[in-house]
Design a protein around this ligand. Structure first.
Ligand code: PEP
Ligand code: MN
Length: 278
């Protein structure tokens, strides 16, 4: 008889009694350790110079990982869809220039091999959280996975989505709370800060927060980021742009370099107040 197989009563994502948190390692970055990880970069990779400038700025401000979408899930098929494989090459160049690992979204199970060939971490976006073939393919790729919460996903559904990745052989998964859809229209979404605290209890895997998609507005991103750190988030995913007004997607929520630098400093103060660091 081999090891008992995981089943619905013993999910791999669950934190067993007394089990310490799992640290997910991506290059030099450690999710779930004392240091709160800050990921910065544009919503979408647009041009080599946009990515190079933005990457240099976030690295200088203290980000330890880069983001940027090459394949973009857009509400309208007529909006900018991302550069695809060309975007991956631009991300690879930004990694080379900064030394920082990169995370980027994969939307189609058929693209997992291509994206995994370049990215250090695969992002599965909100709209794909229950795309089960994609979850399986990402899990089988062996790459760390950043799993966003869907805008209408309960914690139980989200945990089960992560279980698909782990059941397919994935071991390194980080959850990313990015706001849920509620009755409140003032912001793009409603950041579920409570979900961070609850999830840290339910799972041994790290939990980060994306205050950019949660707020939809640049002027509120830092406040949500500080709340996330205070609630115990293991990291932040923040959309930044060298020239936010010109961003081809999510311009309203993109931070310029000075705003991003200020965000990192204020989150560092909060992190230190709760016994961590940035
Ligand atoms: C993104 O990170 O650019 C993105 C599309 O996020 P979400 O899936 O959370 O909407
Ligand atoms: Mn975006």
């Amino acid at each position: 008889m081999g090891e008992p197989q995981p089943n619905r009563n013993t999910p791999l994502v669950d934190r067993r009694h007394g089990q310490p948190g799992t640290v997910v390692v991506v290059g030099d970055v450690r999710f779930g350790d004392n240091k709160v990880v800050v990921i910065g970069g544009p919503c979408a990779v647009e041009t080599p110079s946009q990515m190079a400038r933005t990457a240099a700025q976030v690295a200088a401000a203290g980000a330890t990982m880069l983001r940027g979408g090459a394949w973009k899930p857009r509400t309208s098929p007529y909006d900018f869809q991302g550069l695809g494989a060309e975007g991956l090459a631009i991300l690879a160049e930004a990694r080379r220039a900064t030394g920082l690992p990169v995370v980027t979204e994969v939307m189609d199970p058929r693209d997992v091999e291509t994206v995994a060939g370049v990215a250090d971490m695969l992002q599965i976006g909100s709209r794909s959280v229950q795309n089960f073939p994609l979850l399986r393919e990402a899990g089988a790729s062996g790459k760390p996975v950043l799993l966003k919460r869907g805008m209408m996903t309960t914690l139980d559904e989200w945990l089960n989505a992560a279980e698909y990745v782990l059941a397919a052989g994935g071991t390194d998964l980080v959850f990313c709370e990015r706001g849920i859809r509620t009755f409140e229209p003032a912001l793009r979404n409603t950041l579920d800060v409570g979900a961070v605290a609850v999830l840290k209890d339910l799972t041994h895997l790290p939990v980060i927060v994306d205050p950019s998609h949660a707020s939809g507005r640049a002027e509120y991103v830092a406040a949500l980021a500080r709340a996330a750190v205070a609630a115990g988030a293991d990291g932040l995913l923040v959309e930044t742009h060298c020239d936010p007004d010109l961003a081809l997607s999510d311009a309203d929520q993109s931070l310029g370099p000075d705003q991003f630098t200020a965000l990192v400093a204020s989150c560092r103060a909060v992190a230190r107040a709760v016994g961590r660091d940035v």
